[in-house]
Design a protein around this ligand. Structure first.
Ligand SMILES: Cc1cc2nc3c(=O)[nH]c(=O)nc-3n(C[C@H](O)[C@H](O)[C@H](O)COP(=O)(O)OP(=O)(O)OC[C@H]3O[C@@H](n4cnc5c(N)ncnc54)[C@H](O)[C@@H]3O)c2cc1C
Length: 438
């Protein structure tokens, strides 16, 4: 269930295993690839290489894609048990982790996941986005925060070579933003960005990246982090270099601030500012508040403090961790007993952290355990592979297929071709389904 990278890697490993097996990949969207299509930023073309590999997996005869099917609405676990020996949930994460500070619900305060869904052309979010602010705050120092900050700061024309749909281009083009401020609660050695993402920020001819010398601070804990991780070392070196360089005159500015903990979003009936408290290192890489507050003149705040998975109908869910309880991918009930024939992989298994490549290791573990359980799995009532298609048709579910994705893929490419772009995404779900089922 779920045709993001985790589901596709699981299908791949199962298909290549010794077991005689066929795999149906159910997907809520009419298109496959999960957050690669609806999360990864449009100006990250190198990720396309991964899609090519995943495409080859879905092209294999032992694997079927059944799209536009929402687990929980169109089909449930009891239904699936009638057709399959085992069900693997790979439903990832789609929404924003909450941030409990005063003012978070004011108009002008947004979750990064919602904004990402908008600029990546997700069909289930509104077509317009209120880009009215000249100064914007982004809370968080992970890769998603950088994506959001970069997309806000770049000009729409810089993104025109990507697959962004027309409504997103128009929206970004009208944005008056000049300054984007990214805030981290801790210091440069505690930032979560990857070095490549960080350096890429500086590539836009329209965006000046600014780091403040007073934010370059390290304690024993920070030094230990730098020594033990090449990645942290590279991030810190880049930030140090940027903190001492002369500022250029590119028209927009992207400020990276450290040691500022957001305490309140300011405003009466909409966002008019952000209050942060200056923090200081405590020796072990953690920070404490100094009691010194700063008010920032911003008209919009985006929180990029993590994604959150949604609970699944008829499947146990741990609301604390936002994951399905499991041991090595075997789903456990509240008494920690294994739920027979039910497995998880990817972000829903271990939480919304890590890159696409990490979901491969998840899948390997889950599939090894599933195969070890194979002899004990209950046999389904139906073993004709067409029976599930008849079930879906009878239910009136307008499902899409791998062949259908081929048609939509070709259609999107044809939309891009006259402008010399690889593709232009179709946003409307009805249109996606219509083209796929043509
Ligand atoms: C904004 C952002 C940018 C990122 N950029 C990068 C990057 O540049 N490079 C990189 O390596 N990693 C990046 N990542 C991380 C990467 O996207 C994840 O590691 C990966 O997508 C997790 O895979 P997954 O299959 O577990 O989840 P997902 O990719 O979320 O896939 C889950 C799939 O399940 C489907 N689904 C969910 N619920 C249901 C349901 N009820 N019924 C049916 N189907 C359902 C979803 O539609 C989706 O297709 C980024 C993540 C985010 C959020």
């Amino acid at each position: 269930m779920g045709a993001g990278p985790a589901g596709i890697y699981a299908a791949d490993i199962l298909d290549k295993s010794e077991a005689e097996v066929s795999v149906d990949l159910f997907e809520r969207m009419p298109a496959p690839f999960g957050l690669i299509r609806y999360g990864v930023a449009p100006d990250h073309p190198r990720i396309k290489g991964i899609v090519t590999a995943l495409h080859k997996v879905l092209d294999r005869p032992g694997i079927r894609l059944l799209g536009n099917i929402d687990y929980g609405t169109d089909i449930k676990l009891d239904d699936l048990r009638e057709y399959y020996d085992a069900v693997i949930f790979a439903t990832g994460a789609m929404s924003d982790r909450p941030l409990e500070i005063p003012g978070i619900d004011l108009p002008g305060s947004f979750g990064a996941a919602d904004f990402v869904s908008w600029y990546d052309g997700h069909p289930d979010v509104p077509r317009t986005w209120p880009l009215e602010a000249t100064s914007v705050a982004v809370l968080g120092v992970g890769n998603v925060a950088l994506d959001v900050a970069r997309i806000l700061a770049k000009t729409a024309d810089e993104l025109l070579s990507t697959d962004i749909p027309p409504n997103v281009y128009e929206g970004l083009k009208a944005s008056p933003v000049t300054d984007v401020h990214v805030f981290g609660r801790r210091g440069p050695a505690q930032a979560k960005f990857t070095p490549l993402e960080l350096r890429e920020l500086d590539h836009s001819p329209n965006v000046e990246v600014i780091v403040y010398p007073e934010d370059i601070e390290f304690d024993e804990g920070s030094m230990a982090a730098i020594r033990s991780s090449k990645q942290v070392d590279m991030v810190v070196k880049t930030l140090q270099e940027w903190a001492i360089r002369d500022q250029g005159d590119r028209p927009k500015r992207l400020h990276l601030h450290f040691f500022h903990s957001p305490t309140e979003i300011l405003g009466e009936d909409r966002v008019t500012g952000l209050r942060t408290e200056r923090t200081e290192l405590t020796g072990d890489g953690n920070v404490r508040g100094t009691g010194e507050f700063h008010d920032w003149d911003v008209q919009a705040v985006y929180r990029a403090v993590g994604y959150l998975s949604s609970p699944l109908t008829e499947v146990p869910f741990d609301h604390g961790t936002g994951t399905v309880p499991n041991k090595g991918g075997r789903v456990l009930d509240m008494d920690e007993n294994q739920v027979p024939g039910v497995y998880v992989t990817g972000w829903i298994k271990r939480g919304p952290v890590g890159l696409i490549g990490h979901t491969k290791g998840d899948a390997a573990e889950t599939i090894a355990n599933l195969l070890a359980d194979a002899d004990s799995l209950a046999r389904p009532k139906h073993d004709d592979p067409d029976a599930i298609l008849a079930f879906l048709t009878e239910r009136g579910v307008p499902f899409t297929t791998w062949e259908g994705w081929g048609k939509l893929d070709a259609h999107e490419r044809s939309l891009g071709e006259p402008q010399g772009r690889e593709r232009v995404k179709v946003v409307e779900r009805d249109e996606m389904v219509r083209v796929s089922r043509r």
